[in-house]
Design a protein around this ligand. Structure first.
Ligand code: FES
Length: 65
C-alpha cells in the first residue's frame, strides 16, 4: 500500500510523502512540493483539478486533509 507511487514523474511514493509530511510538519501543498519535488513535472499528481482525466489515483492535496 505505502509503496504506491503518488508522483510517477519523480517516482515518489506514498510512504515518502507521508514521512515528509510528518517529519517536517507540512500542512500546505506548496511546501510539500518544494520539500519533496513531487508535482514538479506533469503536475497531475497535485490535485484532482490538475488531473481532469483521473490519471493519478492519489493526489498530494488528498494527503494533507
Ligand atoms: S506525476 Fe507528479 S509531476 Fe507528474
Amino acid at each position: 500500500m505505502e509503496e504506491i507511487e503518488v508522483c510517477i514523474c519523480k517516482r515518489i511514493t506514498l510512504s515518502d510523502l507521508l514521512q515528509a509530511i510528518e517529519k517536517e510538519d507540512i500542512n500546505d501543498i506548496q511546501t510539500l512540493i518544494e520539500k519533496t519535488g513531487a508535482g514538479t513535472v506533469c503536475k497531475m499528481c497535485i490535485s484532482p483539478e490538475e488531473d481532469p482525466h483521473g490519471e493519478r489515483d492519489i493526489h498530494l492535496s488528498e494527503l494533507l486533509k
